[in-house]
Design a protein around this ligand. Structure first.
Ligand code: ARG
Length: 603
């Protein structure tokens, strides 16, 4: 291939479309001095009107008429191994890349970065833009002894994706689960446990048993105010570090984490650290209040301390109750400081439902007022509510119930085709995996936010979405099961064509034979995957990756009938096509794993 200049910020050895863009940028800058290659590169966008790439000439703000400028580029143009053709249409230049070059370079890159990496892990799609940077991502964060609701599930799904996404962009990531394991409700549970606690039930399912107790004791407290007083006293003892008040709590916490970890594991979600509100050091909470006092932002209200954020239209918020105990906000402030001391993060992300927007604004405001140099490294990733997610019987809802429900619905569905069902080795596992994929994809296909980031004034509103069991489980339409199905179909090619295996080394496969437009579409999409990984990081939108998966799945199904492998008489052609499909399987698999799915080989 003809040599190209090096454009800073590009990584052709990981994203070969960068090379094609650079070839276009060089041509444009050669034709239009004083435009530099770097400047021209910024103007190379994905193609409109069937082109691979398009340049809008006016964006360079050069002197001269657009038509004349465009003509200069056309005059300079010589077809080469990178670019085959350029068309001028109004303000635009539309470029077509050379198909054999695309095919050879993209498939080779997919192959090498899947199978020949130093890490021995598939790396296609990743980049090193975040090298040396450290992200702390907090997500899921359920409350022990309160139910794990759909808001937590959505935080779990989005947060696990973001963890993968930051890693794919070269960041070092620490993932945290910040349990709601502290607060007055534990005083309540302690009081309730004396009355309703049962050791055996606690051991079997701590989460469930503690929630039952919580519900009962809450009902008691409604009727009898002394229960609350009792509970507050108990919590005060906990805050003061009274060991006898802490023994039970410690056990509840441990058993709950154990149970949660099992369920996270089924969801393919893992945390580096289980921390919690209980572990936030008191000294930082105290320092925060001191500092705010110096700034005259603290008000006394009957012995309680409040921070006044009226100036910023964020109201007043309690930081310390009159009995001296801390609250949620105080712990978040202290916790952030501690996390910075420990991780020295370049970015810290909180994945929390938009129901807590005000809390997060107050929290971030206080951190800013305290003038920490890292204050603006904190980011709240919010999302709308999931409406209507309960089991089909209408009862809400533990995490494990949701998973079981999804699995059993899928299992029923699979049983309808007896023949196919009999061929599956471990139908329970497959049913569960497909079911979970359905939940996750429905969730991540729904944009977190609607509106445009590009608008001068960003118009973003939080997007609530309605969960739909039927839609989630459908194999048709853009669903999780459909993606799993597309992957299984690609994975079956090797099994169905043993005569072609093993394929020769990439250099011995004749990719020039991949001439069908639908094959080309697939190849170009594969080439675009590294861009998808970068774009998703800018918006923290999983839907960017979900959309890519569906585009790829659709492109595959269009090619399936015409670009055949089995039945193709020309062995060389059959091999090239098979390689294309295997590379496609690898990229679809990578994108699905980025979305925390476990791509299936059979179903
Ligand atoms: N446990 C909280 C809840 O369920 C969510 C915690 C979010 N994280 C935080 N740092 N405030 O509402």
């Amino acid at each position: 291939m003809p040599e190209l200049p090096n454009v800073p910020g590009t990584e052709p050895e990981r994203a070969v479309l960068d090379s094609f863009r650079t070839a276009i940028a060089r041509l444009v800058s050669d034709a239009l001095p004083p435009l530099t290659v770097e400047q021209a590169y910024q103007g190379v966008d994905y193609g409109k009107k069937g082109a691979d790439f398009t340049v809008a000439v006016p964006r360079f703000r050069l002197s001269g008429k657009v038509d004349e400028l465009a003509k200069k580029v056309l005059d300079k143009f010589q077809p080469n191994e990178w670019i085959e053709n350029v068309i001028h249409d109004k303000a635009f230049l539309h470029f077509t890349c050379r198909t054999p070059s695309l095919a050879r370079l993209i498939l080779t890159q997919v192959h090498d970065l899947t199978y020949n990496t130093e890490s021995h892990q598939p790396e296609y799609g990743t980049n090193t833009s975040g090298k040396g940077k450290k992200a702390v991502i907090e997500y899921s964060s359920p409350n022990i002894a309160k139910s794990f609701h759909v808001g937590h599930l959505r935080s779990t799904i989005i947060g696990a994706f973001l963890t993968n996404l930051y890693q794919a962009n070269g960041w070092e990531v620490t993932s945290l689960n910040y349990l709601g394991d502290w607060g007055t409700q534990f005083g309540l549970i302690a009081v309730g446990f004396e009355k309703y606690g049962n050791e055996e039930e606690l051991q079997t399912d701590a989460i469930k048993h503690l929630l039952e107790i919580y519900i009962k004791v809450n009902a008691d407290a409604e009727k009898d105010p002394s229960v609350k007083v009792e509970a507050a006293k108990f919590f005060k003892r906990m805050e003061d570090g009274d060991e006898s008040a802490l023994v039970n709590w410690r056990k509840w916490r441990e058993l709950s984490i154990k149970k949660y970890a099992e369920e996270y594991d089924r969801l393919n979600v893992h945390f580096d650290e289980y921390i919690g509100e209980s572990l936030v050091g008191k000294e930082w909470q105290a320092k925060a209040i001191e500092r705010l006092e110096e700034m005259n932002l603290i008000e006394d209200h009957e012995g309680a301390k409040l921070v006044n954020l009226e100036k910023w239209k964020m109201g007043r918020a309690v930081l310390r109750k009159k009995d001296g105990t801390s609250i949620y906000l105080t712990r978040d402030i202290g916790g952030a400081i501690e996390r910075y001391e420990k991780h020295k993060f370049d970015r810290m992300i909180y994945v929390i439902s938009s129901q807590q927007d005000l809390h997060m604004q107050q929290f971030m405001k206080v951190i800013k007022l305290m003038e920490f140099p890292w204050a603006d490294r904190i980011e709240h990733i919010n999302y709308g509510l999931v409406l209507g997610m309960s089991t089909r019987r209408g009862t809400v809802v533990f995490l494990d119930q949701i998973i079981q429900e999804a699995a059993s619905v899928m299992h029923e569905h699979m049983r309808q085709n007896e023949e196919k069902y009999a061929a599956i080795e471990n139908p329970e596992y497959v049913a569960q995996e497909v079911g979970i994929s359905g939940i996750k994809i429905q969730d991540m296909a729904a944009k977190r936010q609607v509106g445009s980031l590009n608008a001068r004034v960003p118009l973003l509103t939080i997007n609530n979405y309605t969960f739909n069991w039927d839609r989630m489980l459908s194999f048709e339409g853009d669903t999780g099961p459909y993606l799993q199905y597309a992957h299984v179909r690609l994975a079956s090619i090797e099994r169905n064509n043993p005569q072609l295996i093993p394929l020769p080394a990439p250099a011995a496969i004749n990719t020039d034979l991949l001439v069908e437009p639908s094959a080309r579409d697939i190849i170009f999409l594969l080439g675009s995957y590294p861009d998808v990984v970068k774009t998703a990081l800018k918006t923290s939108e999983p839907s960017t990756v979900v959309t890519f998966c569906f585009r790829l799945a659709h492109a595959i199904s269009s090619a399936w009938e015409t670009v055949i492998v089995r039945g193709e008489q020309d062995v060389e052609k059959a091999r090239a096509r098979m390689w294309l499909y295997l590379c496609t399987r690898d990229v679809l698999g990578a994108a699905m794993r980025l979305l925390t799915l476990r791509p299936l080989e059979r179903m």
